[in-house]
Design a protein around this ligand. Structure first.
Ligand code: PNS
Length: 176
């Protein structure tokens, strides 16, 4: 990185710089915690790209296309939210789409170390900033893998995920 150089990656529309951010994740499936963060991020920025990335360490219950369809359905009321997928490095997606910052949610201190590492690496790779938002305390305990586990054992997850996601979960788990 050149000392003192500020990267110009934000897109300018009608002379205004777009505050465009990306909210990446596996979203397998999207939970109420994710949705809460998407809505809050959309209030703060001109455009939020919610993007499904392949986490090579995790095997999915839903295909990427199914996750995208659920995300599109539950964010339909958010005009400045776009849903997309990406392959490869997140910073490359950011550069291609003129996105200058990544938004991440922090649920607890335990999230911090891993997220900090990725944030610093993404800055090192391409000078892409990471903005951390604290999770809504209502959803601080919530993660997709727990939702799937509870649902698999017949527990009630209807208050943890948006209604269309709950319907898809029931369908998928009933199919075995
Ligand atoms: O919801 P997750 O599983 O925590 O999401 C992780 C994800 C997809 C955001 C992360 O694995 C990622 O950014 N993958 C893209 C590959 C990449 O850029 N890796 C380098 C990170 S420093």
């Amino acid at each position: 990185m050149t000392e003192g150089r500020i990267p110009v990656v934000a897109e300018t529309v009608a002379g205004e710089t777009m505050r465009r951010v990306v909210y990446p994740g596996s979203f397998d499936p999207v939970t109420n915690g994710h949705l809460d963060l998407i809505v809050r991020a959309a209030r703060l920025h001109d455009e939020v790209f919610v993007v499904v990335g392949a986490n090579l360490a995790k095997e999915g219950l839903f295909s990427v296309d199914e996750r995208l369809a659920m995300l599109r359905e539950v964010t339909r009321g958010q005009p400045n939210v776009r849903v997309d997928k990406f392959r490869g490095l997140l910073v490359e997606f950011c550069q291609t789409h003129h996105i200058s910052a990544i938004v991440k949610g922090l649920r607890a201190v335990s999230d911090f170390e891993y997220e900090m590492e990725m944030a610093q690496m993404n800055y090192r790779l391409a000078e892409i900033e990471t903005l951390f938002m604290t999770a809504n305390p209502l959803y601080a305990f919530l993660r997709s893998s727990l939702v799937k586990e509870i649902a698999r054992y017949g527990g009630d997850v209807s208050s943890l995920v948006p209604a269309p996601v709950f319907a898809q979960l029931q369908k998928r788990l009933a199919a075995g």
